[in-house]
Write a protein that binds this ligand. Structure first.
Ligand code: IPE
Ligand code: IPE
Ligand code: MG
Ligand code: MG
Length: 286
């Protein structure tokens, strides 16, 4: 199947699921749901849920059982973007081609919407009836770990520090591994847990996720450089491009993509779709 067609078909399913997980409300605090839907249903690339679905499909698991867990990761991702854009963080006015949430709703509201999406992700996971309680617990632990203090949030803290202090290339790599790589890795690990594969295969897939997570962030840096006039936060970046230049950063991403592909060759499954999806993540133009 054509990759673009495959991606669009799965994005449609992901969007439908997101919509049902955060419905409109008529309660006195309905503005919270309205704000959450504004951020969540804006046109994101849905890379993380797509990865979970593709991993489950590759591992011959039940793809229908992957939709809600995949969307729980997208809830966490969207919360992280809402908070990332706030004036106390990157102070960016636009997200996903639209005004950032705090430009449409009061800032306190945007903060609480992020809090809501974060909390809701774990509520969704805890209540998935068609997974075993052991699977649910594993998903909750994986997500809490990857999104937490030694994961995505820790990476965001290094990023804030890098606004004031010069950082080394080593720290830059750690920052990227944490702030972006961790959640992408969780998306792949989710697939392995839902499809119930062996720990050995889960470990290989985790390494695949770590590789493509970093490659994805390198490309994000390159794309940010080409659009820096539109982004307030990108005036004095310490990123892959500032360390390696555009060509060097591109080469680094391609090399990491190659390592990712080598990991895929180590598992006894047809990994064509995962390979194509990781290519898409690195050769994307948006
Ligand atoms: C943006 O993530 C922030 C990073 C962690 C690189 P995405 O590029 O996946 O953003 P959306 O979801 O498509 O908007
Ligand atoms: C965002 O990183 C990472 C998280 C929200 C965890 P950036 O600040 O580099 O991403 P953009 O450029 O705002 O999407
Ligand atoms: Mg940031
Ligand atoms: Mg930002």
């Amino acid at each position: 199947m054509d990759l673009a067609f495959y991606i669009q078909a799965n994005i449609n399913k992901i969007n439908q699921t997101l919509e049902s997980l955060v419905p409109e409300s008529r309660l006195p605090h309905s503005a919270l749901f309205q704000a959450a839907r504004y951020a969540l249903l804006s046109p994101g690339k849905r890379i993380r849920p797509l990865l979970t679905l593709a991993t489950v499909e590759t591992l011959k698991g039940n793809v229908n059982h992957a939709l809600e867990p995949a969307c729980a990761i997208e809830l966490i991702h969207t919360y992280s973007l809402i908070h990332d854009d706030l004036p106390c963080m990157d102070n960016d006015d636009f997200r996903r081609g639209k005004p950032a949430l705090h430009k449409v709703f009061p800032e306190g509201h945007a903060l609480l919407t992020g809090d809501f999406l974060l909390t809701h992700a774990f509520y969704v996971l805890a209540n998935i009836s068609y997974l075993t309680s052991e699977q649910r617990l594993m998903l909750i632990a994986i997500l809490a770990n990857h999104a937490g203090g030694n994961g995505m949030i820790g990476g965001q803290v290094i990023d804030l520090q890098a606004n004031n202090d010069l950082i080394t290339f080593d720290i830059l790599q750690t920052m990227h591994k944490m702030k972006t790589g961790e959640l992408i890795t969780a998306a792949v690990e989710f697939g392995a847990v839902i499809a119930n594969v062996s720990l050995e295969h889960r470990k290989i897939l985790k390494e695949f996720g770590q590789n493509i997570g970093i490659a994805f962030q390198i490309i994000d840096d390159i794309l940010d450089h080409s659009q820096k006039d539109q982004k307030k936060s990108k005036f004095a970046p310490q990123d892959y491009v500032s360390f390696l230049g555009v060509n060097g950063a591109q080469e680094a991403a391609k090399k990491i993509l190659q390592s990712a592909e080598e990991k895929l060759q180590m598992i006894p499954y047809d990994t064509k779709t995962l390979k194509e999806l990781s290519h898409f993540m690195v050769y994307r133009t948006y």
